[in-house]
Ligand binder design. Structure first.
Ligand code: MRU
Length: 362
């Protein structure tokens, strides 16, 4: 596959210091189109409509939304209105609230005349910060990969399974789950990625396959239902996924289907890693199954499927009986006991309250 998409960024701040360009991820891999955002409403719409998605990117886009809000109305009321318009756009990924609270804490003590510039500068700083912390996750994860590789025969590829897209386009670059994969590939370590999430949104098929292909990383798409079988056949060395919210004891919400992979990995004694940034930790909750709100998405994502016809037309077709009742939970929770290690920008640790607290010195 070509490397033509290798340098396309998920979000670029405009030189005009009043807008950003986002990659419209709802069109991938069929079309590569960008959209200009410059209003709070536009940023909120892009997040809720999943033109931008992935926990890190949602957070940074929301920060720019606050910057747009401060240009529209820098008063205290304007600040709260922008916050409220953005904070409910996606319920599960906690980076959204983290980024908005960071902006509010910075902006509130400032005189209104300084808020617009300060907000823009902070959002831009968050772009560079996200790239750097994801790279740090990559370095920490690479150490774990090297240990796994040492147990294999020389020349055999490390076979990594991932789920959904916690890749470079779910972030500002590198991704979380993909960062160690990209670094391993760059270092000449043979890696092969099993790519999944073929339902309900096809984010493995549409997004992860697109970005891994663009950077030349060997990969194979599998149906979600094939994951357990491949593990049973001894074809998987490790599973690595991202996170939308991590509780203080290390329970992890991620794209629906993650939990099933963790269960299968435990049965087959395959390491199951979760990679995330500090902004994904919700220190206010402990029990993820009981306390993390799970986004309920439109049933149409299940009853219909989108694609490109042979003549290039984009189509959406129904695959179910008309009027079928469908339930579409967007995420599930993997309890910490099923997780081998957490991989963060601060290092790696066991998935438990004490280890996570030590890592973030809280
Ligand atoms: O619904 P999405 O596309 O926002 O969900 C994405 C995921 O579940 C990712 O794995 C997660 O956000 C981590 S991305 C750094």
């Amino acid at each position: 596959m070509s490397d033509s998409n290798a340098s396309i960024r998920s979000l670029e701040p405009g030189r005009d210091r009043r807008s950003v360009r986002i990659l419209d991820q709802t069109l991938l891999p069929h079309a590569v189109e960008t959209i200009r955002l410059e209003t709070v409403a536009g940023a909120a719409q892009a997040i809720s409509g999943m033109q931008v998605r992935g926990s890190n990117l949602i957070g940074v886009t929301a920060a720019f939304g606050m910057a747009f809000g401060m240009r529209e109305d820098p008063s205290d009321a304007g600040l709260e209105n922008a916050f409220e318009s953005l904070v409910h756009t996606r319920p599960t990924a906690v980076n959204l609230r983290w980024a908005l609270e960071r902006m509010r804490t910075l902006l509130k003590p400032l005189p209104t005349r300084s808020r617009s510039k300060a907000a823009w500068d902070e959002a831009v700083a968050m772009v560079a910060e996200d790239v750097a912390i994801n790279r740090a996750i990559g370095e920490n994860g690479l150490e774990l990969f090297r240990k796994l590789l040492a147990r294999k025969k020389s020349g055999e590829p490390l076979r990594i399974m991932t789920h959904c897209n916690a890749g470079r386009i779910a972030t500002l670059d590198w991704g979380t789950a993909t960062a160690p994969i990209y670094l391993a590939h760059q270092a000449g370590i043979p890696v092969h990625v099993w790519v999944s999430e073929t339902r309900p949104r096809n984010q493995g098929a549409a997004l992860t396959a697109w970005e891994l292909g663009g950077r030349g990383v060997p990969h194979t798409l599998i149906a979600d239902n094939a994951a357990g079988h491949l593990m049973q056949q001894g074809l998987v060395d490790a599973v690595i996924v991202g996170a939308d919210r991590v509780t203080s004891r290390g329970d992890v919400a991620n794209k629906i289907g993650t939990y099933l992979k963790a269960l299968a990995a435990r049965e087959h004694r395959i390491p199951f890693y979760v990679a995330f940034v500090g902004g994904s930790v919700d220190w206010t909750i402990r029990d993820g199954v009981r306390e993390i709100p799970i986004e309920q998405r439109n049933a149409r994502e299940l009853t219909h499927i989108q694609g490109t016809a042979a003549d290039g037309r984009r189509l959406e077709v129904r695959i179910t009986p008309e009027g079928v009742v469908a339930r579409n939970d967007g995420f599930d929770v993997t309890p910490s006991r099923l997780i081998t290690a957490l991989i963060t920008e601060r290092g790696t640790c066991k998935a438990n309250a004490a280890a996570l607290k030590r890592l973030y010195r809280r």
